[in-house]
Design a protein around this ligand. Structure first.
Ligand SMILES: [Zn+2]
Length: 241
């Protein structure tokens, strides 16, 4: 019933923005950073908290420990797009979805074929030399013999283009996301409980009357939504197509 309603809304509108959280990636078997069975639980006995290990100051002061953690816990190189990624790419191809805004850093939307992807927290797929700016792909970082990858041009330290704790979000990306959201006729929010900044804040820019929340559990925005579907994001979006 809810999927029928969603199907109708998508059928009637061509200016749809999708905003997704960790739940979109968990269906590709990438653990959610904060969920009960996620990364937090698996590493709670280590010396540092994940927020510490993923902070800018830790990256600068404990680079080897950072990369050891990052390569083992943040990179899922074999992960593939799931039904949600594929459906969103198809909906973009049909002229329905104008932009995908994501909090995930795995690059799976692009792998599925989405063109307009706004990555609020950056991407593991992009890496750059902090000294000369040269770009490197994920393979270069993963295949580097040393734990800490260094630039093959100048020997400088390579940093992932991922927003670490203590680092600001990219204002250009935020502004583009706000533009898409404030102009959208339909906003579909999926796989996020909408409790963490900037997720909750971005939804406030939506001005339309077709806010759709697809999440396995309830969110603080349920009462403001026009349609709430508590189910798997992949299953729901696949059902729409
Ligand atoms: Zn360099």
């Amino acid at each position: 019933m809810s999927i029928e309603k969603l199907k109708k809304i998508i059928g009637q509108n061509d200016n749809i923005v999708f905003f997704g959280g960790a739940g979109v990636s968990t269906e590709s078997n990438i653990p959610d950073f904060r969920s009960e069975n996620g990364l937090y639980e698996s590493i709670k006995n280590v010396r540092y908290a994940p927020e510490t290990m993923l902070s800018h100051s830790f990256f600068m002061s404990h680079t080897e420990e950072f990369y050891d953690f990052y390569k083992n816990k943040m990179i899922y190189k074999e992960a593939l797009p799931n039904a949600a990624h594929i459906a969103l790419a198809e909906l973009e191809g049909l002229g329905k979805v104008k932009a995908v805004i994501t909090q995930n850093i795995d690059g799976l939307h692009q792998m599925a074929g989405s063109k307009k992807v706004l990555e609020l927290h950056g991407s593991i797929k992009r890496n750059y030399c902090m000294d000369c700016g040269k770009s490197f792909d994920l393979d270069y970082v993963v295949d580097s013999k040393a734990i800490v990858p260094v630039c093959d041009r100048c020997g400088g330290l390579i940093k992932p283009d991922v927003v670490l704790y203590e680092e600001p979000l990219d204002m250009d990306v935020i502004n583009m996301a706000v533009n898409y959201i404030s102009e959208a006729d339909v906003m579909i929010v999926g796989g996020t409980s909408l409790v963490v900044y900037p997720a909750a804040n971005l939804v406030n820019y939506y001005r339309g009357n077709k806010l759709i929340l697809i999440n396995k559990s309830s969110t603080p925005f349920d009462s403001r939504a026009n349609l709430v579907i508590n189910d798997s994001i992949g299953k729901v979006l696949k059902g729409v197509l």
